[in-house]
Design a protein around this ligand. Sequence first.
Ligand code: NAI
Length: 331
Amino acid sequence: MKIAVFSTQSYEQAYLDRLNIDFKHDLTYFEASLNANTTNLAEGFEGVCVFVSDKLNEKVIEKLAKLGVKLIDLRSAGFNNIDIQAAKKYNIKVLRVPAYSPQAVAEHAIALILTLNRKTHKVYNRVREGDFSLDNLLGFNLYQKTVGVIGTGKIGAVFCKIMLGFGCKIIAYDLVESENLKAIGVEYQSFDEVLKNADIISLHCPLTEKSHHLLDATAFDKMKEGVMLINTSRGGLIKTEDVIIALKSKKLGYLGIDVYEQEDGLFFKDFSETIIQDDIIERLMAFHNVLITPHQGFFTKEAVEQIMKITLKNFTDFEQGLVLENEVVMS
Ligand code: NAI
């Protein structure tokens, strides 16, 4: 099948080329992201393969349909960047990689917690400069702390299990409660109760219309003083202006984010020799108790291999008219 692969990173091309020996699709790589300005690049292709940085609104999808594109295949689990209703309207199937390695993302959330708490990112540089003092390095035990988990699906469940291993009390909020998690000691509470009772809050729910700005000034008011907030899910779950106010007032004691509301055009690129125009991320970067990683939660060898294999298999399933087990369908 002829596929245009957008937002291609060099590591992805290497994986896809190697794995495609078995799948034999005709892949053309574009570094550009797919959006209203670049849709013409999809001319002559039956399918487009996209990532979280590609924005497929109704206008883009309508144009893709006119160009003869029949399939959108996401190299990600999240699909908030695609107008699913529009795809349905124009008879374009949308496939994704619903699960590849929930461990990769859950483990990254824990890396953010441990780093923010024990400040290993700072001490690494300090020791290299010959500073062996303990000034400002005081952390806290995770043991017996209360961890609030918002969203206990695949990633949230792995996260709960790891944190139980640290001896934490786990409280959770989800629209659907998991009996398996309850059986191992996770306690479900209301959204407000989780905000009120948790020492650490970790977000693992998808970004939807309902969850957009789930954490805003009203939500921060309900939290404990000095709470740690971790977001490895989607930037839009947190209202960034409000998080800055909560950091300034010390309501938030720590913030670890792998995703950022305005990450498009910023994450996955090197701006080290240019001037960053986004004043909000610059403000966030200036806080000593904020740790930002560039959407790398999924980025382990095991996860990338799985993502690429499932992506190629999705194309084969479509091409051969098989059951589309990874189709995104709106409920
Ligand atoms: P999942 O679909 O297995 O679980 C999501 C859970 O959130 C479900 O249990 C669902 O009932 C719950 N949920 C939905 N709306 C909610 C709401 N308003 N409040 C509370 N709970 C709600 O998804 P999975 O695989 O665990 O992924 C979670 C999210 O992680 C994805 O949507 C994606 O945004 C993000 N992600 C981030 C990655 C990264 O590299 N940082 C990589 C992969 C996923």
